[in-house]
Design a protein around this ligand. Structure first.
Ligand code: SF4
Length: 90
C-alpha cells in the first residue's frame, strides 16, 4: 500500500492526526502510525527491526534508516496503518 496516500490523495499531517495516527518524528521524513488500523501482520518489524521494534519506546525510530529504506518498508504495510510524509517535498 502506498504510504504517502489515502484513497489516491497525498496525505497531510492534519489529515493523519485527525484520523488518529500518531506521529514519529524523523529528520528527513516523519512516520505516522494508527494502532486502530494495524492488523499486526508484522511486515514492518520483519522489514526493518532497527526502525520498528515492538516493546521499545518509542517503538518507531524513523532516523534508524534512510529515507528510501523507510519508504520501502512502510509500503509493505498491508493495512494502511503506516504512512509517511517526506520533508524534502518530493
Ligand atoms: S506492517 Fe502495518 S499492519 Fe503490519 S504490524 Fe506493521 S503497522 Fe501493523
Amino acid at each position: 500500500m502506498d504510504g504517502s496516500k489515502i484513497k489516491d490523495k497525498p496525505v497531510t499531517e492534519e489529515m493523519l492526526l485527525a484520523q488518529g495516527y500518531r506521529k514519529y518524528l524523523g529528520e528527513e521524513l516523519d512516520i505516522y502510525y494508527s494502532k486502530d488500523i494495524c492488523a499486526h501482520i508484522g511486515n514492518c518489524v520483519l522489514g526493518n527491526p532497527d526502525v520498528f521494534e515492538v516493546g521499545r519506546r518509542p517503538w518507531i525510530i524513523a532516523d534508524n534508516a534512510g529515507i528510501e529504506e523507510n519508504i520501502r518498508v512502510i509500503n509493505t504495510c498491508p493495512s494502511g496503518a503506516l504512512k509517511y510524509i517526506r520533508k524534502d517535498g518530493k
